[in-house]
Design a protein. Sequence first.
Length: 399
Amino acid sequence: MNIGIAAPCNPSEFIDYYYSRDDVPSFNLTASSIHSIIRGLLKCGHNVVVFTSSIDINHNLVYEGEHIKVFVLTRKIICKKIGVIDRFYMVSRLKKIIKANIHSLDVLHAHWTYDYALACAEYSKLLPVFCTIRDWCPYLLKVYNKTIGEKIYWRVSYWVFRTVVYNQNINFIANSEYTYNCFLQFVSGKKIPIIYNSIREEFLKGESKEYPKTPVFIAISTFLDDPRKNMLTLLKAFKKYNAEVPESKLLLVGQYKQDSDFIKQCKIDDLLVNVKLEGLVPHEKLINLIDSTSILIHPSLEETFGNILLEGMARKVPIIAGMNAGAVPFILKQGKYGCLCDVKKEVEIYNSICMIMNDEVYRNLLVENAFNYLKNNYLDEIIVEKHISLYESILNERR
């Protein structure tokens, strides 16, 4: 099948499929769910055309292999103050590049309900257009409203979101039960399929897990100061644990600025003792960091899926996450595959850390159950098969 994918992605993730491996940049490092599905499609013998963009390049790029073609549009703008205008200009440019390649596609699949989906919607009468909902804009609109810039950005995003989700010609996919329920309530009971995020089979840890001799914890977020990711509460919980186990360490992975309010607050409250700020790291290094830890702690207040949970499950690391954090309890099957707690309360995170560290039987049970469930439900080939089945069913309906 010939499949178009419109989404943020890192072209270097597919370098082994290109005719030439020279000068392939690396960006959009956090789109692991997209990388997994594209590689899964390629592994299963399908042809993929990717439409993506980046602010890190000065001109458009194209990478090509026997079964893949990646178009990367630059998002560089002359003046940052016209960023909102640039979004719609970007949609226009995406439409043009999609139109030039539409003849070679059987289906077109956008990810997230924003610019890429808006561009793809233009062609929904020519071929089946799909859109996987990967965050929930009405929730984010309430969270990100502290600055004028945030308010403008998310109000524009909400307008785009509404335009997309009310489009009757798009075939929507929810990436979790939580996302499905949000969509069902928003669009008056319209039912849509659920297809989970996937993880590449090669990321599964084959050998048994060796835990560090002293406690090492890890938490991961694209931006450490993101209020939705709730890192301050985790740091307070770790400070309490570290006071009792002074050799313990916490690794924080994600972007941050030294002069940010987040770092300033951490220093005021003395929350960075035995905490290592790793910054944003390539995926290969992230896997190595996860392997070096005792527990993966995900204190996020809301997730429509939470791909990092799959990373922990795949590497046989026990997980602590939020019992009310959107899709998280669905992914961890209400605590069967991870320790759930009220992550708004530092004492509950602290208690969960203690419970896992002090009970080897419980820890091993969590890890074993999670790993086996992951193998049977989240591997790339399994998720690709579900996508292909859905594509074919819609194609048959249109014939």
